[in-house]
Design a protein around this ligand. Sequence first.
Ligand code: NAG
Ligand code: NAG
Length: 363
Amino acid sequence: MTSRMIAFGGLFFLILQGALGFDVSTMEQLEQAKKTGQKLVTVRNLQVPAGKTLDFQGLPNGTTIEFAGRVTFGYKEWNGPLMIIKGGNFIVKGLKGHVIDGEGQRWWDGLGGITGGKTKPAPFIYMQLENSFVNDLVFKNAPMTVMAINACRNLIMNNIDIDNALGHTKGGHNTDGFDVAHSENVRITNSRVNNQDDCLALSSGKNIVFANNECRGGHGIAVIGGFDGDNVEDILIKDCKVINNNIGVRVKTILGGKGYVKRVTFDNVELKDVSEIGVVVIGNYYGNNGPKGEPTKGCPITNLVMNNIHGNVLNNGTKHWVYVAEGSDWTWNTNIQGGNRPWQPCKGIPKGLNIECGTNKVG
Ligand SMILES: *[C@@H]1O[C@H](CO)[C@@H](O)[C@H](O)[C@H]1NC(C)=O
Ligand SMILES: *[C@@H]1O[C@H](CO)[C@@H](O)[C@H](O)[C@H]1NC(C)=O
């Protein structure tokens, strides 16, 4: 063999190694991948047994996890989660044509997480990642919440497809797209959510960017303050579209909650056929039951920016609703068509802002 052939052979070997991961088509193979410390794992047409979590804990930091083919889960009433990924320096990505299919229709009963219904495994995927990338994943028909992004740092997510469209006719409920909590330096970009609850529900964190995403069918983009005294700060929601949701964008703090919501910016969000309220900022959020009673102090919303929120609310809906006990240093620049239904007046708008509100009596 000439040295050139050897070099070529070596290169070929490297390419093979690069292209072919350790295939995981059974749960046993996943355990084997962990035992042997595989750094490139390809999950291919895996059927996860009922009541089991597809658990990637135990793979070494720095592993690349790829998804290929169709990944499915057996049916059982249980709490889940269906998948867990934790660690550092991970690359998680979907290969062309793959789908991670929760077949949530087997659990959907229109009740979501409300007691009385079926117990649904949630979230679909729980992620606790540092210095990691999550790209090109396709999730279909989650039983309930899709992504729990919890205690993550330096995480970049791009091109995530959350398709729960079937849930609109088959009883999908509480199918949040991205739930972000206790996280720092997270970016979610170029993604699509079609669901029956919040597109983004960001309940605590710092330096979170949600940009160039499209939300369909659900409850809009939400920043939530005052959960367990957690804070929300330096959030940028930019260049998004909210289509056929009941709410466009909102900031809601929990009734009686403590903490603060600081420097949250919504910039260039297009609303299309929003059915209830275009922009909501409230201080009396009472969980799944929505707003209740008078807003409380304890979680002030400061340096809020609503810039270039445009598009339309259906005529039987309302453009804006602000209902807070305290708030200061807001910028408000919206241009919303439609939304002419009378609604209750606003409360707590910082001095100097002119926001078109309802005039109806409360109640
Ligand atoms: C793996 O990464 C996590 C998150 O960055 C880190 O906390 C942990 O110490 C790392 N483990 C090892 C063995 O390096
Ligand atoms: C407005 O009409 C749409 C379509 O009929 C409906 O889904 C929506 O709930 C209505 N909005 C309100 C605030 O009643």
